[in-house]
Design a protein around this ligand. Structure first.
Ligand SMILES: C[S@@+](CC[C@H](N)C(=O)[O-])C[C@H]1O[C@@H](n2cnc3c(N)ncnc32)[C@H](O)[C@@H]1O
Length: 591
């Protein structure tokens, strides 16, 4: 299979196989929470077993514990994968193995048992409430890929709400295969922990399980899927029954530490990341796979509050509370924060080569506005006069205080150009359906806002990259921009800029929103940045911060920095900490 075909197959079937060490880790977490004696028979199900990685890991971990009396059932839609599983497991799980080909979502539920492909007994293949253990890494396939009709069908069948993903259906179906008191150990995307849309999954888990452990493996890259994984281990209980277990839900959060950070001086550990995870102790660890910060604590999952599950230690919670308690408000009170323009046909509207078009088919220069995008972002400020190379054909103007589409008759160059791309532009049917002209930009934004000073930032980046722009450029849809609300003093834009780029705010971002993306990137969007706290602007540290940032911005605008950037940034860091009453350089500001 070619790489592209493989990737697209992975997208539609969610087939990312679990690496053996991660499989073993999940198996051991399940075993350590199990209440079945070692000599007793154990029935284990993987409802989407692929090539058998998880069943193999469980078999090996159980054998190491002296459990030899286990029955394994694997279900898989893909016959080739199942054949691989048979070859892999046949030798070890042997007579105690049933591998079933089919759609688990159709097979699960009352009286749906079926015969094993390779002749095991009907009884072994009974999928109803008969398992002591479910171990799973179910397919993760989003609504967009599933298609609306399939998503609706799954939502009805499994009583799902919100944005449906295939893994949610598996979670519900696999629960019906688990006996009360049985343990589920499942690898899922960590998104549901921290997103509003994850509320239905959190509610389902809290209602049907006494959750033993929630482990957010964050950006550790321990798993090659496009999502960041979490491992959930829970004991099935009757729906809505109060928590049976006396012990609270334990959580562990593991994130990589940037090599440049002060924490990267952590001493090297013997063993690898999984040994560290097994120990489950707070700290920063340097292991062959990288440098990681491990945070542990307990999580209140018993009450269904609808709130996100914030995996923060008491110490971290206290830190966030302190920052909040010293704030005068949040960024959203002082500034309007918006996403840049979205043309939905960038190659037509945004180009760096307008000059190369024949003059007759070239839009009028007055319509071609400099367009700031991700690649143009420079922390703090761009050099003055350094306009972005791309320009956007902006087919809107203000008339009588209202934004309207330009009249093409007045712009023959733009008319010619746009008409030459008419088919592509008209293809955006939603533009016409919303009563707009075919050549309009989908999200045009407010041109008067661009003229004044604004803080611009890329929507996704590993570190904050906020910068002041005074060039009047338009902001592209892969960036956000922030302008002060009417009546707010101009100086405060420097205060917000300094804080937004500080490590203090990065830490706040991580702890308060817990939403890191793959490869250590963060999402900077209105929903988060609007909630950043700011301190009393009239207090000394805030005033000094304004002056320092202003000087830094002006120096960046003049050209290469006169004072080393790191020097000024340390000062900004110290002042930011002081603003919130934190001890300067208390070591509290590590990400
Ligand atoms: C993420 S992979 C995990 C495989 C294996 N458990 C592992 O951890 O390596 C998910 C598997 O689910 C299978 N699958 C997708 N839809 C399925 C369905 N409706 N019924 C059974 N298996 C399905 C895919 O073919 C894929 O092998």
């Amino acid at each position: 299979m070619t790489r592209t075909a493989n990737i697209s197959r992975q997208k539609t079937t969610g087939a990312h196989y679990t690496p053996p060490l991660l499989g073993r880790f999940v198996a051991r977490r399940i075993l350590s929470n199990l209440d079945v004696g070692r000599a007793e028979k154990l029935r284990v199900l993987d409802p989407a077993c692929g090539a058998g990685a998880l069943l193999e890991a469980f078999e090996s971990a159980a054998r190491d514990e002296g459990r030899v009396s286990c029955e394994y059932v694997g279900v898989e839609a893909d016959l080739n994968a199942l054949e691989e599983a048979r070859l892999r497991l046949g030798g070890t799980a042997g007579d105690h193995l049933a591998l079933l080909q089919g759609d688990f979502l159709e097979m699960a539920g009352p009286n749906q048992g079926m015969a094993d492909l390779w002749g095991s007994t009907q009884q072994m293949a009974d999928l109803t409430e008969s398992f002591d253990v479910v171990i799973a890494n179910p397919p993760y396939v989003r609504t967009q890929v599933l298609g609306a009709a399939e998503a609706r069908r799954l939502a009805e069948r499994f009583n799902l709400s919100g944005r449906v993903d295939l893994y949610q259906a598996f979670l519900v179906a696999a629960t019906t295969s688990l006996r009360l008191g049985g343990i589920m150990g499942i690898i899922v995307s960590n998104r549901f922990l921290s997103t509003v849309t994850g509320a239905s999954v959190r509610r389902y888990l809290a209602n049907h399980y006494d959750l033993c452990e929630v482990i957010d493996l964050g950006d550790t890259k321990l798993f090659e899927a496009a999502v960041l994984p979490a491992v959930i281990v829970g004991r099935r209980k009757k729906p809505a029954q109060v928590r049976v277990s006396q012990s609270p839900t334990r959580f562990m959060r593991v994130y990589s530490v940037p090599a440049a950070s002060v924490e990267s001086d952590a001493p090297a550990q013997s063993g690898g990341i999984y040994d560290v995870l097994e120990q489950g102790r707070n700290g920063v660890y340097r292991v062959p796979e990288g440098i990681y910060r491990v945070s542990t604590g307990t999580l209140d999952t018993a009450r269904d509050t609808g709130r996100v599950w914030s995996l923060t230690t008491p110490h971290e919670t206290q830190w966030v509370q302190q920052v909040r308690s010293r704030s005068a408000g949040c960024f959203g009170d002082l500034a309007q924060i918006r996403v840049g323009i979205k043309t939905t046909a960038d190659s037509v509207f945004i180009r760096s080569d307008w000059e190369s078009l024949p003059e007759a088919a070239r839009p009028e220069y007055s319509l071609l506005l400099p367009s700031l995008s991700h690649e143009d972002a420079r922390r703090w400020a761009r050099k003055e006069g350094d306009l972005p190379s791309a320009r956007v054909l902006y087919p809107h103007e203000m008339r009588d205080g209202r934004r309207t589409a330009i009249d093409l008759a007045c712009f023959p160059g733009a008319k010619d150009y746009l008409e030459s791309h008419q088919a592509r532009l008209r293809d955006r049917r939603y533009v016409a359906e919303s009563g707009r002209k075919w050549y309009e930009i989908w999200v045009p934004q407010d041109p008067s806002g661009w003229a004044g000073p604004k803080v611009v930032f890329p929507d996704i980046s590993p570190e904050p990259c906020f910068f002041l722009d005074r060039s009047g450029s338009i902001v592209n849809g892969n960036c956000y921009w922030m302008t002060l609300r009417p009546g707010v003093s101009d100086e405060l834009l420097y205060l917000l800029l300094g804080l937004a780029n500080s490590r203090l705010m990065t830490r706040f971002h991580d702890l308060a929103f817990g939403n890191k993306l793959y490869a250590g990137r963060r999402r900077y969007i209105t929903q988060y940045v609007g909630k950043y706290p700011y301190p009393d602007p009239s207090a000394r540290p805030a005033r000094e911060l304004v002056a320092t940032v202003k000087e830094l911005v002006e120096s960046c605008e003049r050209g290469p920095a006169e004072t080393p950037l790191s020097h000024v940034e340390s000062r900004i860091e110290r002042l930011s900490q002081e603003c919130f009453g934190l001890e300067p350089d208390s070591g509290e500001l590590t990400p």
